[in-house]
Write a protein that binds this ligand. Structure first.
Ligand SMILES: [Zn+2]
Length: 404
């Protein structure tokens, strides 16, 4: 057996030290309140190693003592918790016509957020608006801006995560926008990008209906239609991270309006919000006297009014979405398909025809093993953007330099 050099051995022990510190810090973050003894039991580290790491974390201002459990005899064990507001991240979610900006703490809890309306076709204006919103958000979040350490952006479109360039978003009207560089210059912190459906599926895996599952699909049903897929616990991006652009999956040879991408027969060209509104106009002659809604908000009102035109269109859309889900389930065999986005407001109206298609066309072996659920998260894209930024904070040995 080769004898390793002293330098190599000490290098490895340094790696172990960093790994142990991150392990203990993450355990306190996820399991708090937790005692030093319990940390030692769970991690298998010696009590003295745990005590040393905890002292370091307390000196950094990241961990504090939060009282003790009832004594079972002897000295009461003191519990520890993460000081979640000691640092934070910026989460951003971009959508046609607005951007949501939030500041999250070390537990990825949203401390403050704004939904800012803007003409999103001008990237430089979007970046300026985000940057200008941060001082006020930081005050509200009670996390100083210089302690917001990383930022994550969830955006629609084809994003090259390596170059930081949003290569194309038909909904935003962007092409080859170096959005990561622009945001890093404006915000003064490292920025990480992710497709909004990928961010949303990650949020569900960490905090929502995907907990405990390794294979899942999040389907965004909105102005655009897209999917985020987690396979074997990891986001499935395919070559360049572009996989699962299901909105432009060809589901028909001729039906539907021209999609934003220029083709006909795309899923988004049939079931995207704009196309649903167009479909109602084109069917209106069949439903004389029925109001034709011109927006999502008007659709909500008309559904409540029992408008037969809206009901007929939603029934047709439900069937198309059923076809999309059948295809996705046969391709990926997920444990769960989570439906999200504004169109889920109409889930009750979409569900009947959707489930008829699922029953008719999905192989029973798949149908019995895949759950279809509606997302219960308010803004999974934003939460996912925060989670991505936070991962890059929490994998560092020291979150902050020592706090006075
Ligand atoms: Zn298309």
């Amino acid at each position: 057996m080769a004898v390793r050099s002293l330098k190599e051995v000490s290098g490895n022990s340094q790696v172990m030290k960093v790994r142990n510190k991150i392990l203990v810090r993450n355990l306190i973050r996820t399991e708090s309140p937790i005692s030093r003894n319990k940390i030692a039991k769970i991690t298998g580290l010696s009590p003295s190693t745990v005590t040393g790491i905890v002292r370091e974390l307390m000196d950094e201002g990241i961990v504090w003592e939060v009282g003790s459990d009832a004594s079972t005899g002897g000295r009461k064990p003191v519990n520890l918790a993460i000081k979640s507001e000691a640092a934070g991240v910026v989460g951003m979610r971009l959508q046609q016509g607005y951007v949501v900006v939030g500041i999250m703490d070390l537990n990825n809890e949203v401390r403050a957020q704004r939904r800012l309306a803007i003409d999103t076709s001008r990237p430089e204006k979007v970046v300026r608006l985000i940057s200008n919103s941060l001082p006020e958000l930081s005050l509200e979040a009670n996390i100083p801006l210089d302690r917001c350490l990383r930022a994550g952006l969830a955006s629609p479109g084809l994003i090259n995560i390596e170059t930081g360039i949003l290569e194309r978003s038909v909904n935003l009207g962007w092409q080859n926008v170096p959005i990561r560089y622009m945001l890093e210059q404006a915000l003064g912190m490292p920025v990480y990008l992710e497709n909004v459906s990928n961010a949303a599926v990650l949020a569900h895996q960490l905090y929502g209906q995907g907990i405990g599952h390794s294979n899942m699909i999040y389907l965004t049903l909105s102005v655009g239609i897209s999917a985020g897929v987690i396979m074997n616990g990891e986001i499935f991006g395919g070559k360049g991270g572009y996989a699962c652009e299901v909105g432009h999956m060809a589901v028909s040879t001729a039906d539907g309006f021209v999609c934003n991408c220029g083709n006909k027969g795309c899923l988004e060209g049939l079931c995207g919000l704009k196309n649903i509104l167009k479909l109602m106009t084109s069917y209106s002659s069949r439903f004389k006297g029925a109001t034709v809604p011109a927006s999502l908000e008007e659709m909500v009102i008309e559904v409540e009014n029992g408008n037969p035109l809206v009901a007929a269109v939603l029934e047709e859309i439900g069937a198309w979405l059923g076809i999309a889900i059948v295809n996705l389930v046969h391709l990926f065999h997920p444990d769960v398909v989570i439906l999200g986005g504004e169109l889920t407001l109409f889930y009750e109206r979409l569900a009947k025809s959707m489930h008829q298609v699922l029953v008719q066309r999905m192989l029973p072996e798949f149908r019995s093993r895949t759950q279809i659920v509606v997302s219960e998260m308010l803004d999974p894209g934003l939460i996912g953007a925060g989670a991505i930024a936070l991962q890059h904070v929490l994998n560092k040995e020291t979150i902050l330099e020592q706090v006075p």
